[in-house]
Design a protein around this ligand. Structure first.
Ligand code: TXA
Ligand code: MG
Length: 318
């Protein structure tokens, strides 16, 4: 299979489409599929060659660790070990937009490329009926980063996936727009729980389940991964954050009661804003490269993940 110029199959969300996607995954192909957060670029996590092709298709400069997707908590135990706090979070939030970084089960089936040689693996049980059906039909753990070229905005529709990766992957399974619209929240264990990336599950919900505050690990400590690079998630246009109004030729990406070119949520609903964020950034990107001004976003609930992604999108590019 060559990396470029292949015909990317567009699969519909029916029995035949799911069966085809599962067959392709088992054969070592790259299949993009919807989750409740964003579209993933899936490959059989037990197949070294298939996993390596993920990095090639995305143009990822390094072999950074990937999130492994499985259909159930039972399937997690085949690949990773879970202790008390991890089990509590899994019980509370799976299936859902939460990724747990867990010790790899020794003698398990995962390709070492999935975890970039680390002794831990990031695991998630997604809450999207199509993802659940596909993962069950595939019968293998599926490694999947977001299905965008490295450094670009994550895809929340099948069309976004094709815009970025058509000709580089075997198929995309169309499940419509993603409900959450932002990547999962990532929690590791130190051994106490540590927030590694804010995301689709609000930190407040995790702290409520844990019965106390969770520590946050910043970019300087621990592993370096693409979600932690400052200039990740970038559109072509420059971004100016916390803008009360557009200036000059800027376009305003609004929030709340402001007049804007696009408004993430006119009523000020952070969940709605998260679901719209990547789609609107893709849309503004397609409309030209005049700079984008963004309204202030409250920094609680889903707002924390939105602000995290906006800061990265606005960071200096290298
Ligand atoms: O919502 C999501 O999480 C989406 C969907 C497709 O599930 N996936 C996603 O994957 O965002 P990706 O590759 O874009 O982000 C994976 C992040 C890496 O940036 C890294 O920070 C973290 O997961 N990660 C993976 N393995 C890790 C490990 N062993 N230790 C620490 N962090 C890890
Ligand atoms: Mg990503």
């Amino acid at each position: 299979m060559s990396a470029e110029g292949m015909n990317t199959e567009f699969l519909t969300a029916d029995t035949a489409g799911i069966a085809r996607a599962a067959t392709l995954l088992r054969a070592g192909a790259l299949v993009s599929f919807p989750t409740e957060t964003v579209y993933g670029l899936g490959a059989d996590a037990t197949n070294d060659h298939a996993v390596a092709r993920i990095f090639e298709a995305k143009g990822r400069p390094h072999f950074n660790p990937l999130i492994v997707h499985v259909p159930s908590l039972e399937a997690v135990l085949d690949i990773a070990e879970m202790d008390g706090a991890a089990q509590d979070l899994a019980q509370a939030f799976w299936p859902g937009p939460l990724t747990l970084v867990l010790p790899i089960r020794s003698g398990g089936p995962l390709s070492a490329l999935v975890s970039a040689g680390l002794p831990t693996v990031a695991v998630r049980v997604p809450a999207h009926p199509l993802a659940t059906k596909l993962l069950t039909a595939a019968g293998v753990p599926v490694a999947a980063p977001s299905a965008n070229p490295s450094g670009r905005i994550s895809p929340s529709t099948a069309q976004h996936v094709l815009d970025g990766l058509s000709g580089r992957i075997e198929a995309v399974l169309d499940g419509g727009p993603c409900e959450v619209g932002l990547e999962s929240t990532i929690v590791g264990f130190d051994p106490a729980p540590v927030l590694l990336r804010p995301g689709g599950l609000p930190v407040e919900a995790i702290e409520a389940a844990l019965g106390g505050p969770i520590a946050t690990r910043q970019t300087s400590a621990g592993i370096t991964a693409p979600g932690q690079l400052s200039s990740h998630y970038a559109p072509d246009a420059a971004l100016r954050l916390n803008a009360e109004a557009a200036q000059g030729d800027e376009r305003l990406l609004g929030f709340g009661h402001v007049e804007a070119d696009l408004n993430l949520s006119p009523s000020g609903d952070l969940v709605e804003a998260a679901a719209n964020l990547f789609r609107f950034l893709h849309q503004l990107d397609a409309q030209g490269d005049a700079p984008i001004a963004v309204s202030p976003i409250p920094d609680h609930g889903m707002g924390r993940a939105i602000n995290d992604r906006l800061r990265r999108a606005a960071a200096p590019r290298d």
